[in-house]
Each structure stands twice: as C-alpha cells, then as structure tokens.
Write a protein that binds this ligand. Sequence first.
Ligand code: PHB
Length: 398
Amino acid sequence: MTTIFDGDRRHFLTLAGATAAAGFIPTRFAIAGNAPVKIGILLPYSGTYAMLGESITNAFKMRIDEAGGKLGGRSVEYVAIDSEMSVPKAGQNVNKLISKQKADFILGPVHSGIAAVMAKIIGKKGSPIMIDPNAGSNAVTGALCAPNIFRTSFSNWQTAVMAGPAMYDAGHRTIITISWKYGAGIQMMQAGRESFEKAGGKSVKDILNPFPSVEFQAHLSTIADMKPDAVFAFFSGGGAIKFLKDYEAAGLKAKIPLYGTGFLTEGVEKPAGSAAEGVQTTLHYVRDLPNETNKRFIANYEKQFGAGKSNVFAVQGYDAASLLLQGMAAVDGDVGAQGKIISAMGSAVIDSPRGKFTFSKSHNPVQNIYLREVRNGKQVTLKTLAKGLEDPAVGCKA
Ligand code: PHB
C-alpha cells in the first residue's frame, strides 16, 4: 500500500491498494511482530524536481519487489509526503513521518536544504535510520553526520571536484559558474571553481539565481558580454531543461562550451533535445556503464516505467533499497535492533548499477567519478576521472 500524505491539507491520499483499517494504531508489539515495515518518504512529487522524486520512489519499490516484496521477512508499507521542495515545511513533515506515522525508516530527500533540516532532527533523535537517496549537502555526511544517517547518492563536493581539471585539460583557462542560490548549487560551484583554479585556470564570475527560478536572460547576457572560455553549471530537473534551451537559443552553445555536474543533462536528454547534445558533465554514474547489474537494472526499470526513463536518481533509489535489504536481513526484520542494522549497513557492499561500492565512515558512498557527454540523446562515458573518490567528511565527529 502506498499513501501520499499531502503536507498542506493534512490528509492522506491513497495511491494504490486498500487504506489502513480505520482506527488502527500500531503498537510497539505489532511493529516488532508481523506488522509491515513502514517506510516514511519525504521526496518532491511536484515542481522542478518532481521527476527526481518519482524516479527514486519507482526504483526503490522496484528493488524491494525484486527481493520478493519483503524486508527481513516482513511486508513493506510506504507513506510518502510531497516535500514540495519546501525547507520551511521540512521539519514539520519529517516530524509527521516519525511521530504520527511511526515510520521505521525515513527515505529522503532530494534537496540539500531539506536534507540539512532532516539530518539535524533525525541525527539528534538517534532514530529512526534515514537514507538520503539524492540530496548532496556536504554537511549530511560532514558536520551533521550521525550513526543513523546514510546516503546512497553523493556529496555535492564529489560531483563537482573533478570538473575543474577536466575543463582545464580541455584547454579552457577562464570560466563563469552559474547555479541556483542554495546549498547544492553553492557547494558544487565552490568545488568546481576551486578545482579549476588549482589546475591553473581562473574563475571570473559566480552567478547565483534564486531557487527554483528559471529566469536566465540577464545572466546569459552577462556570459555573452564577458566571453569566458567555458561555463560550469548546476541545474536539475525542469530547470535544467529550461537552462539548456535558453543557452542554445541565446546563441551561446556554439561559442562557449557548457559543462556541469551530471544533473544538468541527467534524465532530461529527450525534452532538452539538441540543447543537451555535446554537453559534458561529471557524475558518479553513466547509463552506458558495461556492468551486468546496470544492464539488468535499465532493462527492468524501462520495462516498467518506459523506454529511456532510467537515470541516476533511479539508481540512487534502487541502491537505498539494496542497503536497507542488507540491514534488515542481518536482524531478520527486527527493527528494534538498530545497532546491528547500522553496523550491517555501514559495512555493506552495494551491487549498484554504478558498479559495486562501499560506504565511508561517515556513511557516504566511496565511488568513481566519470566525464560524460550527451551524444544522440544518450549519455556516453568519455573517461574515468577518479576511482574510489571519498568525500573528506569535513566536521564529522560521529
Ligand atoms: C540537492 O539539492 O542536493 C540536489 C538537487 C538536485 C540534484 C542534485 C542535488 O540533481
């Protein structure tokens, strides 16, 4: 059963299956017995990141279904809240999942600002276990790290730090960086800029656009006037499509090569069309990676959700479920044995479509970073830029 809980209107919308029996209050005994394991989900299902939230949710459930629909021998129930990408509502939303819904595990979010709010609350409480299937906030596995917080995606630093040398090696000596003005954009911009300058280049301007605004015209004029050798961008989802199209329409694409973290072109290849062609990005996943798990994942996902629909966000959701499966198998479904679940998860090897990976001490993936390019509407690997890259986990003391 999946229930979508609308945070605003304070009621539940049942998506599929039967609603919970009226008046049923799960007791500790019921939870520890044969009652389903409850996964509380806080992801975006509306707005510029809707595609990301849907991809993560689809792939998470697909992975559980592949494992027979059970976690540690128990059936699974999902309760999802649309985060609406709202940082002010994040605290209230996560508290609803924990206190009202009594979720055994929390899956989310996509947005770095929401991730910081969630990590503060959940880390301080010490339970339940949170799995972040996208948001890259460096702090989540840095200053806000905690034993009960895991991430199956990336840190913002990881996705951008190899872009500097890649742009420099391509012959560029000056760049402008552009992104949305919030945690993810700021941290990716910083890692891209610093690594470019360390390689010997110069970053001549940082442009920040309010999130999630897609008003880019004034910024495109600035880029046209300043004529850097290249542009380094972070946008994602609906906003990425608009930025790519505006960049091409402004006549900049042919003149000033566009780079970015992989989100700029991920999952938007079709709608962006010619505007995404030839755009090079850095990321921890490429659709053409030749391992068997990737081939099987893409085939299963696209059979269920449509040709060309798999993407890195789905991979991260799939891996979040693989991680939880391992944790719950270690305790035969006893969610009360949190310490044992955490140690099984911390030492897990995830057989991911991105290739096998493990977790750092701060529970962030240790993973490869690739240089990719969109060719004929598909992501193609150009080069492995880093093998087993580990986030420095600045400020993590747990
Ligand atoms: C984030 O806010 O951390 C974030 C959002 C979308 C992405 C990547 C990172 O594609």
